[in-house]
Design a protein around this ligand. Structure first.
Ligand SMILES: [Zn+2]
Length: 157
C-alpha cells in the first residue's frame, strides 16, 4: 500500500492556533516513526508500530498544548497511537498498583492464618498434656486403689 501524505508546500494549523510547515512538524512529531519514508522525505507506507509504545502524546512546540485527535488530520495516526499507548501505560500502572494491594492482603492473610495455626497447635498440645496427666498410670492406679479401699469400707458395713 502506498500512502502519500505530503501536499504542496503544506502548512499545518494545530488546534491551539499555532501553525508550522508540515516539514517542521513532521520532524517534531516523529512522523518517521510511524510512516516509512524514501530519501526525498516522501511517505511511502506504514510502519508496524504495534511492538513498541509511543513516547508521549505529541504537543505543540510553541505552547505545549497536546495535539488533539482529529483536530489535525495529518497526525491522526501518531496521535491515536500515542493516546492508545498512554491508556495502555495507565492500565499497566493501575494493574501493578492493584497487584501490590493484593500482595499486601495476601501477606496479612498468611500472617493471620499462621497465628490461627499456632493457636490450634497450642490447644492440641494443651489437650494432649491434660489428657496425659489425667490418665498417667500412677493416677489410674491411685484411683483404682481408692475405689478398692472404698469397696472394702462398704463391705465392712
Ligand atoms: Zn500551540
Amino acid at each position: 500500500m502506498l500512502v502519500r501524505v505530503r501536499e504542496e508546500a503544506p502548512i499545518v494549523v494545530l488546534g491551539c492556533g499555532h501553525f508550522f510547515t508540515a516539514e517542521t512538524l513532521d520532524g517534531l512529531m516523529g512522523m518517521g516513526e510511524v510512516y516509512m519514508m524514501d530519501g526525498n522525505g516522501e511517505f511511502t507506507g506504514l510502519k508496524d508500530v504495534s511492538a513498541e509504545l509511543a513516547p508521549v502524546i505529541p504537543r505543540c512546540p510553541d505552547c505545549q498544548c497536546p495535539v488533539r485527535q482529529h483536530a489535525t488530520q495529518r497526525y491522526n495516526r501518531m496521535i491515536n497511537r500515542a493516546v492508545i499507548d498512554e491508556m495502555s501505560k495507565r492500565f499497566l500502572v493501575n494493574g501493578q498498583d492493584e497487584l501490590r494491594v493484593l500482595e499486601q492482603q495476601t501477606k496479612e492473610l498468611e500472617q493471620s492464618l499462621e497465628i490461627i495455626r499456632m493457636e490450634i497447635i497450642n490447644s492440641i498440645r494443651l489437650l494432649i498434656r491434660n489428657f496425659t496427666i489425667a490418665f498417667t498410670p500412677v493416677k489410674t492406679s491411685k484411683i483404682k486403689n481408692e475405689l478398692e479401699e472404698r469397696q472394702e469400707k462398704f463391705k465392712e458395713f
